[in-house]
Each structure stands twice: as structure tokens, then as C-alpha cells.
Design a protein around this ligand. Structure first.
Ligand SMILES: [Zn+2]
Ligand SMILES: [Zn+2]
Length: 331
């Protein structure tokens, strides 16, 4: 299970195993441009019902899955995220001077590294976490209920310290806390992002990190653009904002040579047809690509969780996972 850092309890180890197969490339940016496709939006801010769609997708993927217990637990936590988000007073927009400063200096407006994180009972993070832990008591398996009790007893400054380690991808935090603190961090930053408009954010051409909060992507997604062409976005693992990155390009290092794609074959091929892994021989990283062209119901965060077996296979092939999923997190 996810509640321990013991390898033998790694949820991926109980997953179905399936070989990966290379698949043929999608259209390159140049090919898409040559077809006269409209210029895509550079930024997509999160939707207010983000967690509703995510939980529904994960529940459907959990059905009959070898990791059903883990995925259903995650889906319950995502339901609770929507509940926590709905209970919060809408966030205030950052002041205009701050917006102008961040825009002109290409700095993330909702900086995950340096931003405020209030774990006190009246703070946004503290409120979100309390809602999540209370809800999770109702559906979490026994080992997770122990973790919930420990987290509920932890002083606010300690909770904030653990959460900051997760934000910075530093080791030293209790990995059992990760799904709960990760879920509360997502609620906090999505709540802030919902107060923004697209014009508030400077979007660097083809960035590796989220232009809104500076975090790493969880995966990338191919959406169907205005002209019916697939448009690729990297999806923030924290605030769920999406930024445009042309296809056949490594999101972590922006290399365009030797990019390859792999997918599950056999048992998982049809079920997870939306999910491929984009690998880069330049930096040896692997980032999932979730295609709505292939499955309209796909959702990057949920589809990533349900295909952790693909990470193991790519890992065995010598690539390291570049996506950061805050429910399943190791520094
Ligand atoms: Zn972000
Ligand atoms: Zn690369």
C-alpha cells in the first residue's frame, strides 16, 4: 500500500504486469502548423469541479483493477478534496502590484516553494487537511487510519514542515503522510489558482515547470483543440493548471531528438489505451502522455495513478519518472 515506504508494500508490485510496446509517433508541431491548425491557448487554469471529474474517472478505472483497493481509497480522497474546496471561502486575487511583478520577472504568481502555507485550524491548508482527514476516517483501511490519527495529533507547525518538504521534493518527511498532505496541498493551490484569470500569468514559451506555481507536471495531456487537432499540455501536479508544450518534445529538458513512446500491450492495452509514456534519451526521463483523442473520459492524474505498472516497466528500461504525483510520492 501507499502507506509505507517498504518496497514490498509498493502498490505497483501488486499490479498486473504487461510488456510495453513502442508505438508510432503522433504529429509533430511542424506538421500540425503546416495543416493550418489554430494557435492553441498557452494556459488552461483548473476547473472548479476538477476533483469531481477526477474521482469519477478513477472509480471507473478501479473497477476490476489489480490495485482496486488503493485506487478506490484515492478516489475517496479526491471526493473529499472537492468537499474541502467547496467549503473554503473563495481566495482573494493577489494584489495588482504582485501580479505585475511576477509577470515582468517571469516568476510563478502562486510560488509553491516560497508561498504562504497556513496549517493552523483557520488557515486554508489546515481547514482542507481537517476536512480530508475527517472524511478519510470513514473509508481508509486500518493502517491509514493510524496515520490519520497521528496527523490529527500533530501540531500545526510540524504539519506545515512536513508539507513543505513534499512541496520541495526533499526527503525526511513521513511518507505515510504523503497522500493526505499532498491532497491538502492540491486543494490549497487549486483554490488559489481559481482566483486567477489567464491574463494574470506570464506563460513562458514551452516551459518545463508550471507557470502558475512553479511545480513539476504530473503528466501531459493531449486535448482536442479548436480545429480538431490534438493539442498537448503539461499538467501541474499541484495546482492542476495546464501549459502548452508542443508534441514530440521532452517536457523536462525540451529536447526534440530521440523521443520515443511506449504503451501497455496485452491485458492493459485496450483499457489504458489513452496512456503512453514519452521517453527522452537525452535526459533519460519518462513522462506520461494521456490522450483524450484516444479516450474522451481520460483524466491525467487519475490515469497516471491507474497505470503505475507502466512506470515500473519504463524504470526497468533505464528511464526515471519525471511526473510528480502527490498521492504517490517519493523524493
Ligand atoms: Zn501549478
Ligand atoms: Zn529530456
Amino acid at each position: 500500500m501507499v502507506f509505507s515506504d517498504d518496497n514490498d508494500s509498493d502498490p505497483r508490485h501488486s499490479a498486473m504486469t504487461a510488456p510495453i510496446i513502442p508505438i508510432k509517433s503522433v504529429l509533430s508541431a511542424e506538421e500540425i502548423a503546416a495543416q493550418g491548425a489554430p494557435v492553441p491557448d498557452t494556459l488552461r487554469l483548473p476547473a472548479a469541479d476538477l476533483f469531481v471529474a477526477r474521482a469519477a474517472r478513477l472509480k471507473s478505472l478501479a473497477n476490476g483493477h489489480a490495485m482496486a483497493e488503493f485506487l478506490n481509497f484515492c478516489a475517496g480522497l479526491i471526493d473529499a478534496q472537492q468537499q474541502a474546496l467547496a467549503a473554503l471561502t473563495p481566495a482573494a486575487r493577489p494584489d495588482e502590484a504582485r501580479i505585475a511583478l511576477c509577470r515582468s520577472h517571469d516568476m510563478p504568481l502562486l510560488d509553491a516553494q516560497g508561498g504562504e502555507l497556513d496549517a493552523s485550524p483557520n488557515g486554508v491548508f489546515g481547514q482542507a487537511l481537517a476536512t480530508l482527514l475527517k472524511a478519510a476516517q470513514g473509508f481508509a483501511p486500518a493502517p491509514a487510519r493510524d496515520i490519520i490519527a497521528r496527523l490529527q495529533a500533530l501540531p500545526a507547525d510540524q504539519v506545515a514542515k512536513e508539507a513543505r518538504l513534499i512541496l520541495k521534493a526533499e526527503s525526511g518527511f513521513d511518507t505515510g503522510y504523503a497522500p493526505f498532505l499532498g491532497a491538502a496541498l492540491q486543494v490549497d493551490w487549486t483554490h488559489r489558482a481559481l482566483a486567477l484569470t489567464k491574463g494574470d500569468v506570464f506563460v513562458r514559451e514551452e516551459g518545463s515547470l508550471c507557470p502558475v506555481c512553479g511545480s513539476h507536471p504530473v503528466a501531459s495531456v493531449v486535448r482536442i483543440g479548436e480545429g480538431g487537432h490534438g493539442v498537448r499540455y503539461a499538467v501541474c501536479g499541484l495546482c492542476a493548471s495546464e501549459w502548452h508544450v508542443t508534441r514530440i518534445k521532452c517536457v523536462p529538458c525540451m529536447n526534440t531528438k530521440g523521443i520515443a513512446y511506449s504503451a501497455l500491450e496485452g491485458e492493459g492495452a485496450e483499457r489504458f489505451k489513452a496512456v503512453q509514456v514519452e521517453t527522452c534519451d537525452e535526459c533519460k526521463s519518462a513522462l506520461k502522455l494521456v490522450s483524450l483523442e484516444k479516450d474522451h473520459n481520460a483524466e491525467p492524474f487519475a490515469d497516471d495513478l491507474a497505470t503505475l505498472m507502466l512506470d515500473m516497466l519504463v524504470d526497468d528500461a533505464g528511464y526515471h519518472r519525471a511526473g510528480r504525483n502527490l498521492f504517490y510520492f517519493a523524493p
